[in-house]
Design a protein around this ligand. Sequence first.
Ligand SMILES: C[S@@+](CC[C@H](N)C(=O)[O-])C[C@H]1O[C@@H](n2cnc3c(N)ncnc32)[C@H](O)[C@@H]1O
Length: 362
Amino acid sequence: MASSNTAAVDMRPDAAEAFAEKIGNIINSGTITVMLSIGHRTGLFDAMAGQPSRTSAEIAAPLGLSERYVREWLASMVTGGIVHYDPIMKTYFLPDAHSACLTRGAPLGNFAVYAQFIPMAGAVQDTIIDRFTSGEGTSYDDYPCFHSIMAEDSGQNVVDQMFNEILPLAGGIRDRLEAGIDVLDAGCGSGRALIAMAARYPNSRFTGYDLCADAIATARRSAAKASIANVSFTARDLTGFDEVGRYDFVTSFDAVHDQKDPQGLLTGIYRALRNGGVHLMQDIGGSAHLENNIDFPFAAFLYTLSCLHCMPISLGQDGAGLGTMWGWETAERMLEEAGFPEIVRHVLPHDPMNVWFVSRKG
Ligand SMILES: C[S@@+](CC[C@H](N)C(=O)[O-])C[C@H]1O[C@@H](n2cnc3c(N)ncnc32)[C@H](O)[C@@H]1O
């Protein structure tokens, strides 16, 4: 007797075969993500960019890497369509059109930075499988390198665009920053965005709060190294945040949805702003409704990271567990409930994955 699986295949053989091919392609391409991460972290992509075709030994030696490992990595890159191979000379070449999105400072942004999230998430697979049964969450300590990956992500996606694209969204804020105001970055992580603003606007005073002491330690070191004196960083849980009327400008960069209490934080931010104050919030721009996200850029990637990181991180704090794809509709409603009378939503051309809310108080 045929199994139910066999029966399904027999009923629609073309559809089943096409789907099996799709799954095979997903597995084959998916493995390359880990190798993109390795190419970034070892510096292999940077070292190959703009170089002529070279042997694996010539590529490995200047980086102090094992030729045998580099050759195997290169084979994955060649079969994955990322590196070109000359079988006569046994040399490897990274075309300019490919290095344009795989290297530090790349003109299209470095996609290999985002690739790092997949092996990071894979490292907690056993924990997450356990959580599928228990329903419990995770802690930041469960994730290797999360804050360093996030800092790189912030560096290219936020800091690089800060002064030309992001701050202009909050009309008038650059003049106020020049003149001197009090600024808070809620969930500042390793502090790159805040340090960039503090360096640019020496008359203003900048405060960064984040739950994770190791991220705050990195932020303090970076500020000290750059001799930036008008910024301070404190490790603290923003749950119950309530510093009434202390700030003129509050930013949160991708830092609300994985909080323990996102609504409480937004209400706290509203209360923390002085009259005329502005909140600038970056968060993931998907919809709250799954059916609207089928064609959203990187939707599967974002739901995957949500399941493996953002949602369990919040649940691990006994929190709301909104998930990465909480949706702009939810964000907008929560900003309204926080008390903001004026909320404007933007999407920046360089970053279709995120949404930017500019909310003003009074
Ligand atoms: C996705 S990261 C973004 C970090 C930073 N804004 C950036 O763009 O690189 C979210 C941040 O929220 C912080 N966070 C999460 N829950 C928190 C809480 N309850 N209190 C304070 N910070 C929290 C995390 O430590 C993390 O640094």
